[in-house]
Design a protein around this ligand. Structure first.
Ligand code: GLU
Length: 504
């Protein structure tokens, strides 16, 4: 302690009291992984799992790794691996070490099997697939669940030696001990399975390839994973995996099993509920930050009723404490609403690169035409984003400002120009008034139009609504003065002329 501090014992502490220790803070540097099986595309559930692992790693200053579980060659392919990378990159879920391909590690998986054989944790099983199928069918015929009867574990050593010498193929089976296998799940708390319910499972097939649980554990040990966070459809794999850790003499990681994702009807999320591929949302104009915010709330709550968060805020707030057990509900309307919030939240400079290609694709502009009026264009998008839920909404709303000639939305015509004569005469009056305004700014336009309304004994809306249709063809738009300013004097007056011609 410094002399000065020692001399002022009664003063308030100079440093803030250290925060209460986070009971979930990991002991060492955490290492987490996302381990997708590349059998199609990055789906919403996978992205959620990736995000939670990433958030944990970023929050606690650990590593986030990516492992492609491509041992099932028949179902894995390069295109789906690429789709997963692209999805993660779009979301910004960066990984910290080179990608691990499970299929490249089969030699280690086999070595680990051999180590367990030497240690007596597994035994050779010479039963053929046909024999096992027959016994399985017989068990089913008796309405019993098939369990391996351990007959190969009872073979005499001499018999085993003879079979091995004769080159008889064998698988390696785990000798499941008595007792129970459990863990303290970060989401679900204590979970335990009686070992009698765990069959002596195969770890290496007779062709030397690992089964799923063997490959996962061997890789997680080699990658020094400290927390395995994944969907709770993997809970039933966990006791077998724990037995493998023990048999391989490796320290156990922690486990966190995230709740399933359901649609708003309470059923497991499927294509019936809408797009399940992350890329589809990308194509629909959802922002990655909104997608991340939405995914973050599928099984996690930052506490209170807080919903809208930036990525740095999510990283800061993320805690296993807020992981939820009950199924998460995937509500598309909520995603769109969130996207609207994020459209207003992100820096305009980050939004423009997403809007420009969409406008070009819609044939509303070229990169050159937009670059010719950068300030005007920025102001326009800044104005439109407030009322938009998606980038495509912005494109739809931008049309009146980017086209020379506009069409009129039939609904707008029916509603605001129902009395064609009345609308035309109001528009004509409005035109005269506007033409007399010398300075084309909100400050000058607003009093002029309000004065007109007053002099006619009308509410301002009676003037604004038909004018809005004339200027934009739509019933909804930014504030009428913003519209006038964005269009400029000449185009605004020309639009009113066109509307008058249409009405008369
Ligand atoms: N490859 C598994 C899956 O896609 C994940 C395995 C794990 O996370 O342990 O469901």
């Amino acid at each position: 302690m410094s002399v000065a501090a020692a001399a002022a014992p009664s003063a308030a502490p100079r440093t803030a009291p250290s925060p209460a220790p986070d009971r979930y803070a990991p002991a060492g540097r955490p290492r987490l992984r996302f381990a997708p099986s590349p059998t199609g595309y990055l789906h919403v559930g996978g992205a959620r799992t990736a995000l939670f692992n990433w958030l944990y790693a970023r929050h606690f200053g650990g590593d986030f790794l990516l492992r492609v579980e491509d041992t099932d060659k028949a179902r894995s392919n390069e295109a789906s691996t690429r789709a997963i990378f692209e999805g993660l990159e779009w979301l910004g879920l960066t990984w910290d070490e080179p990608v691990v391909y499970q299929g490249a590690n089969v030699a280690r998986h086999a070595d680990d099997g051999a180590r367990m054989l030497a240690a007596g944790a597994v035994y050779r099983c010479f039963c053929t697939a046909e024999e096992l199928d027959e016994r399985r069918a017989a068990a089913h015929a008796r309405h019993e669940t098939f369990t391996y009867d351990r007959r190969c574990d009872r073979l005499a050593p001499a018999e085993i030696a003879r079979l091995v010498a004769a080159g008889t193929p064998y698988a390696l089976r785990f000798r499941v001990p008595e007792g129970t296998t459990g863990w303290n799940d970060l989401v679900h708390g204590e979970i335990a399975f009686p070992n009698k319910d765990i069959d002596d499972f195969v770890v290496l097939r007779s062709d030397g390839t690992p089964v799923y649980n063997m490959a996962v554990v061997s890789d997680d040990i080699a990658m020094r994973i400290t927390l395995v966070m994944r969907g709770d459809d993997h809970i039933s794999n966990t006791p077998k995996q724990i037995l493998l850790y023990h048999a391989l003499g490796a320290p156990l990681p922690e486990f966190a099993h995230l709740p399933m994702i359901h649609g708003t009807d309470g059923k497991k999320l499927s294509k019936r509920h809408g797009a399940t591929a992350v890329a589809d949302y990308q194509n629909q104009g959802i922002l990655p930050t909104a997608m991340l915010n939405f995914l973050a709330l599928l099984g996690w709550s930052p506490g209170g009723d807080r919903e809208i968060m930036t990525v740095p805020e999510m990283v800061k707030l993320f805690s296993p404490d807020g992981l939820l057990r009950k199924a998460a509900i995937f509500d598309l309307q909520k995603l769109e609403w969130m996207n609207g919030q994020h459209l207003s939240l992100i820096a305009l400079d980050d939004l423009l690169p997403r809007v420009v290609p969409a406008l070009v694709a819609a044939g509303l502009a070229t990169t050159e035409s937009l670059a010719a009026r950068p300030d005007w264009f920025r102001a326009l998008i800044d104005l439109l984003r407030v009322r938009a839920r998606t980038v495509l909404d912005i494109v739809r709303q931008a049309e009146p400002y980017l086209r020379d000639v506009i069409g009129y939305d039939p609904e707008a015509v029916a509603k605001q120009w129902k009395d064609r004569e009345g609308a035309a005469s109001l528009l004509a009056l409005t035109r005269t008034k506007l033409a007399g305004v010398t300075e084309w700014t909100t400050a000058a336009l607003e009093p002029a139009l309000r004065e007109l309304a007053e002099s006619r004994g009308l509410t301002a809306g009676k003037i604004f609504q038909p004018l809005r249709v004339a200027l934009t063809g739509l019933t909804v738009s930014p504030g009428i003065f913003d519209v006038l300013v964005m269009l400029g004097r000449d185009r605004s007056l020309a639009r009113i002329d066109a509307a008058l011609a249409y009405l008369r």
